[in-house]
Design a protein around this ligand. Sequence first.
Ligand code: MV4
Length: 603
Amino acid sequence: MFSKVLIANRGEIAVRIVRACEELGIATVAVYSELDRDAIHVKRADEAYLLGPGPASESYLNIAKIIEVINQCGAEAVHPGYGFLAENAAFAQALHDNGTVFIGPPASAIEAMGSKTRARELMAKAGVPIVPGTTEPVETIEDAKKIIDETIGYPVAVKAAGGGGGKGFRVALSEDKLSDAFEGAAREGEKFFGDATVYLERYLPDPRHVEVQVLADSHGNVIHLGERDCSLQRRHQKLVEEAPAPAVDEKLRQKIGKVATDAAAAVNYTGAGTIEGLLQDGEYFFLEMNTRVQVEHCVTEMVTGIDIVKEGIKVAAGEKLSIAQDDVILRGHAIECRINAEDASKNFAPAPGTIGHYREPTGPGVRVDSGVGPGSEITPMYDPMVAKLIVWDSDREQATARMLRALNEYEITELKTLIPFHQAIMATQQWADAETCRDLIEDKAWLKQLAFPAPAKDKAADDADEPEAEPVEQSYTVEVSGKRFDVRVIGPPLAGVAVASNGAAPAGAAAGARRAPRRSGRGGGGGGGGDTLASPIQGTVLKVAVEAGADVEEGTLIAVIEAMKMENEITAHKAGKVTELPISVGGSVATGDTIAVISAPAE
Ligand code: MV4
């Protein structure tokens, strides 16, 4: 076994890997950017090294610098987590050349699965069912038309060959929409992956996203740990995942499990990986392979009792898998909700900011994997996912009740997160019926009811470092439905009512007034107050959807800002007339910059 592992990542997954290493008796090395000096993953590791400035290209993606740190600290292996360098074959190769173990598959497997056309070709040859379509790149729109007419038909999915996770994915419902879809997919492929190559698939009208967890060692053992359903996603960002998949029975599980282990074996896979696929009317089709540990691996850990991260580390050290296929037994049901710093009521606008009070749910069957705590700053520079709430219970219905209980227990102030969204989703009949909830996630009116209340005016309460106030006893007269009561309240002084002896309303004030703490908060989600619509993020203006002088409704699309390669829709925070619009396509905006000024319409 390794004695020291460097973790080339940040946030919750870095903490997750530290935990696995500690349990295996391995010393841990964190790396961090200048923005992450105070991050939890840095404190949790045994040693930590600064990589460079905030931008990932200068820190978490800086291969030369990471190798320098490896050689400085003497780590024998590197765990890449997910994102950043996890599926970068050049990084895996560079480590190999440096005599360092990459905790993941061989560079050749990453490369084979990285090209989606190559992966489709390999899988088809290995007898793995792929979504019907092309396994060769399609060069021109004319070629595409011909292939579609002769074999695939409409609707058709046009996907970027360098893609994955839905990036560079367009649908053409009919021939007149093909050139838009083709060009859109090629453009996105070029932008995200430097590869404009596209391929075609039959578009399945209402599939479920079902993926299979695999584990493989270097002794020829390849097993699967059953499947996860990740159908609840928005713009290809998964929001909720569960295991087992409601639509998969034992017979289908064995079938898709075999598909997954065949797929992994075909590229000589080692470590933890996932076969992503679509399930439509009981038929399963390979989509792509993620050659890394995934965000949602936890739900599989909960129903199998197998620690996927530890197994990955052990097989990288040359050990055999500690379980055989027959040892894998699924028990109960697990659900994961991703806690993102986003405002669902504003079209999932990024809502970076600083956490005030923070307390995670606990109790039976609850697991929280997080990389934040009180006072943590969530920067727009990195992924908005700050934590994952995972619950286990004996069946799906009970797991849902437990998830609702745990979401209620989660206390986060000052930062807007998806907690209200998850609370609403978990309470729907659609979720109870195991539907994909696609209509709800796109329903602007439904999302709007998740709006956060106006931010508290009390600035002093923002300061989480203030000491807790002495409890005080105060008498009030209250009227409940017209009936008068005299009450005594014992606790911290209420904000705006009592003033502590030092003259400032203490931190306890916010806590005292809190019943639904996560709903308070003044996170940067969208409005600068008043007429000004401020940008919640830093990025590039991709689209300006209105003209100055236009009358808009609350929720009207104003602009699309690209940040972190994600397109973010900025919508009107109120109804009125656009009186100022100081942005233009191609321009850049900083967090807090004015996107538009919207004045109340004249009476
Ligand atoms: C598809 C599809 C329909 N037909 N491919 C690709 C990436 C992943 N995020 C979802 N992807 C899809 N690929 C073909 N040929 C539909 C989706 C899809 C989807 C699938 C299952 C559940 C939810 C989904 C939400 C959006 C898109």
